[in-house]
Design a protein around this ligand. Structure first.
Ligand code: AMP
Length: 184
């Protein structure tokens, strides 16, 4: 089962992705986490993406698509994946579709977490993960990037009929129950 967990920064994608992978026993692929790990380890990929991430801008599509397709080719993803933070542009969504097409696979569910904007900023500022892009100014950039470049991905999948919009307000458990219900 291939699931995309989608929503603006601070919507709770990472938290819910972890619960989904535990429940369905499918691996998690978070592009942001992979980038942060590469920055920490000062790898060539980390050096390439650091400036984009620090500014709250998107890493270029070709870099992200290469990373995700290489990763998805690993055996552990043979039975599915929970994609978190990818695709973030329509070009990435198209690249993912053509990858799945070649493998005879598809996106089975696209779960959008819906959270009001003022709540997003509060959540990011209070989560205290110490991320370099969690400052008020960077959050503003990330929300703008989300509206301009990422939100169209939702419309792209809407046309494919795989969208589940989930109310992202409430406790972690309540939100997870809504996701399970939508996926059943
Ligand atoms: P996240 O952990 O998903 O919030 O991602 C943190 C940052 O990593 C983003 O603000 C981007 O700079 C970068 N990033 C993660 N995933 C992508 C993606 N699919 N496309 C472009 N940039 C990405």
């Amino acid at each position: 089962m291939n699931i995309i967990i989608f929503g603006p920064p601070g919507a709770g994608k990472g938290t819910q992705a972890k619960k989904i992978i535990n429940h369905f026993q499918v691996p998690h692929l978070s592009t942001g986490s992979i980038f942060r790990e590469n920055i920490k380890n000062e790898t060539p990929l980390g050096k390439k993406v650091k400036a984009f991430m620090d500014e709250g801008r998107l890493v270029p599509d070709d870099t992200v698509v290469d990373l995700v397709t290489d990763e998805l080719n690993k055996e552990k993803y043979n039975n599915g994946v929970v994609l978190d933070g990818f695709p973030r542009t329509v070009a990435q969504a198209e690249a993912l579709d053509s990858y799945f097409d070649k493998k005879g696979s598809q996106v089975d569910a696209f779960v959008t977490l819906s959270v009001p904007e003022e709540e997003l900023v509060n959540r990011i500022l209070s989560r205290g993960e110490g991320r370099s892009d969690d400052t008020p100014e960077k959050i503003k950039t990330r929300l703008k990037v989300y509206h301009d470049e990422t939100a169209p991905v939702h419309s792209y999948y809407e046309k494919k009929g795989v969208i589940k919009v989930i109310d992202g307000l409430g406790s972690i458990e309540e939100i997870f129950e809504r996701i399970l219900k939508a996926l059943s």
